[in-house]
Design a binder for this molecule. Structure first.
Ligand SMILES: [Zn+2]
Ligand SMILES: [Zn+2]
Length: 175
């Protein structure tokens, strides 16, 4: 029987450049900058500079968010939700038009093709690392697979924390 395989990731063969997408804690500006070894993360828009001494690791997995110092990070597919939604919306519209013209096979075919495309994208895109607390995204880092996948429980913990923080700040600014 023929082995049907999705393209496997080239391990170490391709040196991917590391980069980071983060919202600046100081000016709120979201930037995507290259992540260099032994260099602190800085905001290109203002004077903000990384406050922790953590560095992008050369060999090991990143164990701490460079922007906020949070120790909990998760991996997810480097797959834009927008592209996924776009594919579904376009396919649903095209399928509905075909359906309206009694083109049953075309209507089903479009939906099937969209499902295949989504599946293909899912298996070919790599992973990225994201911080639970500040949502900073790390791409092209070594040992991404050492990290755990998204946990709703952990996410909820940080969401509650953020709400409490916002509430306490609101009280402080009032008083
Ligand atoms: Zn800034
Ligand atoms: Zn963070």
């Amino acid at each position: 029987m023929m082995e049907v395989g999705f393209p496997s990731r080239l391990h170490g063969a391709v040196k991917r450049s590391m980069n980071i997408t983060f919202a600046c804690p100081e000016c709120d500006h979201t930037s995507r900058i290259p992540l260099a070894l032994e260099t602190a993360v800085t905001c290109p828009e203002c004077d903000w500079k990384q406050t922790t001494s953590a560095e992008a690791p050369r060999e090991d997995a990143l164990d701490e968010c460079l922007v906020c110092g949070c120790k909990e990070l998760f991996i997810r597919k480097n797959f834009s939700q927008r592209i996924g939604v776009f594919v579904v919306v376009v396919a649903a519209t095209a399928s509905a038009i075909a359906w309206a013209y009694y083109m049953w096979y075309t209507a089903y075919g479009i939906l099937f093709a969209a499902a295949l495309l989504d599946l293909y994208l899912y298996f070919t895109v790599g992973n990225l690392l994201q911080c639970y607390r500040c949502s900073t995204e790390y791409r092209g880092l070594p040992h991404l697979d050492d990290h755990a996948a998204f946990s709703l429980e952990t996410h909820e913990k940080y969401r509650q924390q953020a709400i409490r923080l916002a509430e306490s700040q609101a009280v402080h600014s009032k008083g």
